[in-house]
Write a protein that binds this ligand. Sequence first.
Ligand code: ZN
Ligand code: ZN
Ligand code: FE
Length: 777
Amino acid sequence: MIERRLIAVEGIVQGVGFRPYVHSLAMARNLEGYVRNTASGLMIDIQGDCTALDDFVAVLIAAPPPLAMIASVESTAATVRSRAGFSIVESADAAATEGYDGLFLNTPGTRRLTLAPPDIATCRDCLDELFNPDDRRFEYPFINCTQCGPRLTILRSLPYDRPATTMAAFVMCAECRAEYEDPRDRRFHAQPIACANCGPRLWLIETSSPHTERCTVDSLGTAVRALVAGNIVAIKGLGGYHIACDATNRDAVERLRTRKHREAKPLAIMAPDVEGLSLLCDVSSEDRALLESRERPIVLLGKRLYAPDSIESVSPRNAFIGGMLPYTPLHHLLLKAVGRPLVMTSGNLSDDPISFEDDDAIEHLSPIADLILGHDRDIATRCDDSVMRVINATPVFIRRSRGFAPRPIALPLSFPSHTLAMGGHLKNTFCLGRERLAFVSHHIGDLENAAAYRSLEEGIKHYSALAGVTPDTVAHDLHPGYMSTQIAQKLTGLNRIAVQHHHAHIASCMAENGVTEPVIGVAFDGAGLGEDGAIWGGEFLLVDRDGYERVGHLGYVPLPGGEAAVRRPLRMALAHLWAAFDGDIERAGSALAGRAGTQEWSVLAQMLSRQLNSPPTSSAGRLFDAVASLCGIRDDAQFEGQAAMELEAIADHATPRRYPVDVTDSPDGLVADPGSIIRAVASDISSGVPISEISGALHHSLSGMIASIAQTVRDRTGVNRIALSGGVFQNVLLTTLSAAGLQAAGFDVFQHRIVPCNDGGLSLGQAYVVALGSKEA
Ligand code: ZN
Ligand code: ZN
Ligand code: FE
């Protein structure tokens, strides 16, 4: 029987080779009609034998093109017409073709769901052409196709067509246009299509010359020679500028650090291939798969024991190196020519957001780089590299950004209405929610910084347009001082929902695991404002659709000087000792054997005893800092978690040593006393126990404490699901031990895989609290 159907497909279906795919599926089944892009996705008007039609739809859903993501398929019957063949209709002509637009276009009040695709690393086919001397795009640094190339970072608006991208400025040559218009060509409707005749070009600036002129002759060759000679080159990438130098040249790396004011934080490296990384790092098969994936994140890799000494300055006193592989044609050309790993760190000063606009980059990166290698394809949206690592054969995120954003996360529940979630203060992302989709943004950064703040405001505007979201609810952190909270408060006419920081952490873990039922949440974190005004961070929360109840936490200690303690683990050591020894400053101080200067010690002692500027905190992150300082690992930290990371790195995993954790039942829930740990640590240190054993014992004791408190909560509530979240769970040893202990105790354990456990995942959690709270669905 002959039928005709109008099939609306929504999701990431534009710019990913969907229409040629539909075309080939239809032709193979003798079906007639056409396919075209609409503002809400794809419209397939198709007719033919009904069995063939069913098969067509089944295959379409089961095996879409690799980069596509189908959010929904809706089919309606229509009257059969006389037709011949199957065609692909241009977006621009669409309105004139058939009259269905009223159904699907972005008229107010109707849905609109074309999703913008993320940026994708250069594909195998394009690489073959890039290095083929007979190809017309031989060594062309902007080669791309339907399966690869820039997407989010060049996109200004939807639908995803060339005029809506930063490629609009380039007029296609006849050859490119022929490929672009041929449905059988692998560049059919590849919006960033270009060649040396018609596309973007490289330019180079020598920052020492007084006239920063853009030279376009042999830019790449000059940059390569400079890198090999040990110079520092800023390089324009997909989502912003990197600063590069020879990673094996210690002088160059040290110079880069000094100029960038980045003394200790690890720098990422890019090697020509996995083999190049293997010389420096241990690369497992899971690491390799991640490194070579089309998203090409930075992957944290274990440093080789016998890695060359010169590499030490890339990640000093750190067991890991962030490694990645080339992901743009320019990277491939560059890395092949220099033939060695390059430092590729984000192009910014210290903690500023990555530079992505040329003028800004030239201004800010000239003092750092000797040369700037740029090009004339604009970046529409700044997007940092994603950072991942493999834990127990499972890839997890440290930063979810390029290659992943703005791909939405499917939720088990619908949002009651369009929702915006502002995220946290550090490592900020925001999230937009509609129906069952959550669009978590690329990494925005630390909002302390004016540029990040602007980037957040612009990002929200841009994503709202991309996702077709007009928020009427905004969720934000409880902390009134967060910039993200302040932006939310400026938005008038929206429902505002303040979500407690650790509630959001646990909800984010629930969201990505599709959990709607109550869970016991363990949020081990640096800092988040609690309902009682204290700084929380070692929390046991019972989370359900109505909200949360705090059923347990680490006991409070003073946080002397508030956030200042983050950069000074020694302060936390003193505060913990002070609390552990009941304010007996003599005994507390003696455990540190005079390591604090007398002046600092007396100031701190006063702060602590008079409770000046010392809010109570239950932070697990600060407990790690305190123990690291007690062990003499470091008293100052250049970035949050540095001391804790170094403490983890030296841990003796196999030590049988354990510390007692006293847990008391209070009206405030179960309170685990960190003092019992601190006293044991202090005694171990004075009796000369190796710090590797102390560190191992701390990890084992905390994971044991987590399992034991969880079991008490389960006994009282009957809840057997447990979610682990918060930045402290970036600690692989603690995560592994805790998950294993909980699984052994029979819990269903949920962990992060899709968003980071740190504050980068907070926005998803805030949004999910809104979805959980709605009584529909
Ligand atoms: Zn390609
Ligand atoms: Zn061309
Ligand atoms: Fe947090």
